[in-house]
Design a protein around this ligand. Sequence first.
Ligand code: ATP
Ligand code: MN
Ligand code: MN
Length: 378
Amino acid sequence: QRSEAEFVTFSVPSYACQRRTTLNNRNAVLTDALSLLADNAELTGDEGRGVAFRRAAAVLKALPKPVTDATQLRGLPCLGEHSLRVINDILEDGASNEVESTKRSERYKALKVLTGVFGVGVKTADRWIRAGIRDLHGLQDSGPALNRAQQAGLQHYDDLNQPVTKAEADAIAEIVERAVASVSPGAQTTLIGGFRRGKPTGHDVDFLITHPEEGREEGLVPKVVSWLESEGILFYQKTTRNSYLEGKESGPGRPSSSMDRFERCFSIFKLPKEEKRGAGQTHGAACGPEAGHKPWRAVRVDLVVSPVSQFAFALLGWTGSKLFERELRRWAGHEKAMSLSSHALYDNKQRRYLRATSEEEIFAHLGLEFIPPSERNA
Ligand code: ATP
Ligand code: MN
Ligand code: MN
């Protein structure tokens, strides 16, 4: 019988944006279980429950040690009854029945496979499942009309579901930088998303592009896309133009939308395989163990362009994690009466926009300690 004094007790602040969350997660077994339940909740359209599980998982990710006993969790924020039950089951029995049965359920498996197709969201997957489609064969055979994104997604399914490595992200960065430099000298490209947070792999590679002269960034995406297309680098792209007007759609009237309005491009790159990149000429083009394999792989790439005046907000908004971003906006709204987006920060009391040229300044405006990207892995 151990006394309570032997247990480490933890204390963490309520909002993920007040915490330092590195990639060194000491409670992966627990957070994987909660993330799976979050996935399942989101896949079945229950966003509120999904967020609750994600917040609970994020609290555990921020703990400095593995949890060994449920009493250690007393007083921690964001751990609801449901999450605590799951955690307890795992601590006591090594597994949670709810998690295991969800993992095995036909509906969960079908939703996972179908939403794994680029361009397929929860609603579409749900509609297909109700029409009897459960897997990719079903999708190919019974053939509901697929849009252009979904066709590309299906075609490159295996590649796009294989994690992108940092080395691949760096190779993509080189290509994007070459494209940007040749269509707009002086423009700057920054790696954002998970790779900026130091993740070793990702589901895609994200870039933020800006130009030091305000206005010169306009129309950059179509030019970059043309360059990439002429080099045969794009399998797919969908460009959206900038639709942001300060004080209108994204201003105080619509504070909480997480969708921003930057000029952007969601794309699929054709990346030459490692052997074919660099100085690999000594290896013949189609011999050796690679023969019969394709010499390239498909990689999802997101390009976002921001005016330099909004750069700090765009950088903060696109570095993630998704939960960290959500918590930043919740903190701004609930604790500071401010509206934060990837474009701007509006102070509802002073009725004015707060300018910033760095992430540090935005955290300061929000009354938060600065958290560097590598500690935003909530
Ligand atoms: P992964 O390694 O799986 O790609 P990630 O953190 O890079 O993880 P992404 O989905 O690429 O995840 O998103 C990167 C960041 O961009 C996130 O912080 C997300 O909030 C933001 N983001 C993604 N899509 C949009 C969008 N349409 N509008 C605004 N922000 C977005
Ligand atoms: Mn990403
Ligand atoms: Mn992305």
